[in-house]
Design a protein around this ligand. Structure first.
Ligand code: NAP
Ligand code: G4F
Length: 345
């Protein structure tokens, strides 16, 4: 059985990737950072199913603490490491630039150093991002496009991306960069725009919220489904040579279009509910992202399987169900009503 170590296992992609690898008969180890509340909600169902057989094993560690990373890698000696851990919110990275950089930069460095010093040949996946391109209108971005980061988050990702290449070229480490365009799901964090919209649609439909406040609704993103993208991560790691690959859908849509479609799915007109406020705008915006994943299609035979319309439908339907449950709990006095997130984003 192959052994994988996943950083960021408690995040959106962490769930989908763990589920995929466990289905492929891997033993999956995951890093969980200490939090004052339980932070494993996304993977709790996997823990119940695979935990007792020791196929899914969790460890406390933190990407900002290199000693914890070195100790874990040398103890587990995995075949593959997937580095998904990050402070992954672009707007937050302008508010917490030092921490954002620390998680990405120290974390990737500690992992690559552990691999370099390990007696075992360990493959490494780095979660690179389309944010690194900075965005360009009417341009299909691929592995050869210029990196022009526009946020502390993207700058930190560029460092990790380059370091992965440097360790590959200098030490012959099997290190791959997956340059992934935005990918979403019902498990997306609630402060990313797609989930903020689908959640609001569910809550507005259930009279738990009256308005949705957004920032720049004219931004365009190449949005795919997270479940499709983790398969691409795995395929990159199974390819005979390490390389960098873009994963994207090749379609771009605006935040406004996403909102229109999401509200229409439950028979509502988005214009009656969406308002905009400058407080949700960023000091520097990536206006337009559109990817070209021909290389992944040709070499890995990877292609996205979920359309934009289907993605919106999956997310809205999941959040309508969630809001119905929330409403029930509120009516029974078991949950306090909340409106939009108190600190926004
Ligand atoms: P996510 O849901 O925000 O998950 C991030 C994960 O990193 C969480 O498990 C989080 O733990 C963990 N983490 C944060 N700080 C940490 C620290 N100091 N030490 C250890 N773990 C830490 O992100 P995602 O959407 O799954 O994305 C996965 C990766 O792909 C990220 O690196 C992201 O930057 C990158 N990426 C994402 C997209 C996308 O569209 N989703 C596109 C391109 C690249 P908690 O659960 O405790 O917060
Ligand atoms: O959903 P977002 O916050 O995602 P963003 O900034 O594109 O970053 C995500 O994708 C990257 C890949 O390209 C990842 F690397 C990164 O980790 C993350 O997963 O914002 C999308 C767009 C932006 O242009 C933003 O300005 O939506 C716009 N937007 C408009 N109103 C909003 C809002 N974004 C958020 N979060 N909240 C709003 O109210």
């Amino acid at each position: 059985m192959k052994i994988a170590l996943i950083t960021g296992i408690t995040g959106q992609d962490g769930y989908y990737l763990s589920r995929f690898l466990l289905n492929e008969n891997y033993i999956v180890h995951g890093i969980v950072r200490r939090s004052s509340n339980f932070n494993t909600q996304r993977i709790d169902n996997l823990i119940s199913e695979y935990g007792p057989e020791k196929k899914l094993i969790l460890h406390y560690a933190d990407l900002t603490d290199s000693s914890s990373i070195h100790a874990l890698v040398s103890k587990i000696l995995p075949d593959e490491i997937y580095n998904l851990g990050a402070q992954s919110h672009v707007a937050v990275s302008f508010l917490n630039p030092g921490y954002t950089a620390d998680v990405s930069i120290s974390g990737t460095t500690a992992l690559l150093e552990s691999i370099k010093n390990s007696p075992k040949k360990i493959k490494f996946y780095q979660a690179s991002s389309s944010e690194m391109f900075g965005g360009k209108e009417n341009t299909l971005l691929d592995e050869t496009s210029l990196l022009d980061p526009k946020s502390p988050y993207a700058a930190a990702k560029v460092f990790s991306h380059n370091l992965t290449k440097i360790y590959r070229d200098s030490y012959g480490i099997f290190g791959v960069n997956g340059i992934l365009f935005n990918h979403e799901s019902p498990l997306r964090g609630e402060t990313f725009v797609t989930r903020k919209i689908s959640r609001a649609v569910g809550r507005i439909k259930n009279n738990l919220q009256s308005k949705l406040t957004l920032g720049n609704i004219h931004a365009f993103r190449d949005w795919g489904f997270a479940g499709d993208y983790v398969k691409g991560m795995y395929m990159m790691m199974q390819h005979e040579t390490p390389d960098d690959f873009v994963l994207s859908t090749g379609e771009t849509h605006s935040v406004k279009e996403f909102s229109e479609l999401a509200f229409a799915h439950v028979g509502l007109d988005w214009k009656e509910f969406v308002i905009t406020d400058k407080r949700y705008e960023r000091p520097n915006e990536v206006h337009h992202l559109l990817g070209n994943s021909e290389k992944a299609k040709k070499i890995l035979k990877w292609e996205p399987e979920t359309s934009f319309e289907k993605l919106v439908q999956i997310m809205v339907e999941a959040d309508v169900k969630k809001a119905e449950q929330e409403k029930l709990l509120i009516s029974e006095g078991l949950l306090s009503p909340t409106w939009e997130h108190p600190i926004g984003l």
